[in-house]
Design a protein. Sequence first.
Length: 233
Amino acid sequence: MAQINSCLKRTFIGFNLFFAVSWDVLRRSRTFQNLKCMENRTTGLVCLYIMGAVTMLLGLLGAYGAYKEHKISLIVFLVCMVIGSLVMIRSGIPAAIIRPEVKSLLLQPELLTGSYTDWNEDIPSSCDCPSIEDEEPFTCKLVPGMNLTAASPFHRQPCVPIVMYYVLLVADISLGVIFTLAALAVLGMILSSIMIHQLRHPNRTPVVLNVPTIFIPGPPKYHELQNELPPPY
């Protein structure tokens, strides 16, 4: 017999399925594809893939525990949700506080570079355009080489805004993932706690006693004896 409310069970299973596929949605998003195109992205991608694998496993574990009404699976899911929510909140709040300072750190005087003209004739390779035909016309410019016989395409814009854009993009993606997972963990913690409580204290079906509507009086408990007078002599 089912011990968990059917509506709560369906809600919890749907929540865990969403929890499991949320990683796939994030992986297919445009911002994640931009992150994959960045240089020196190995550490960030490894962390995101680990978080995605853990998210999918926890989602499947919670869905299994709800469908089978398996108390141990729900308890393990609850413990993971508590730990996960604490870790996410503990790391998300300081990251959100530091987020406005990232831009000011990138705008330090030693990092400012106006454009390729600040490098004189020693322009670094990071300012090169792959091909002026592949880029938009206003982003690249042909600059004569040192021997003034050939021209090379270079980016018109300075490097700092581009670097700042990608650094802030990584910061925003990280904050979004952290707080989204924290909110989902808190919601999963609440739902799993309710389900565990229902498994421990199931609602028992009351027993209905059939009481006859016609009462038949039983024999009296005692019978009064009358002493007869003896016959006269």
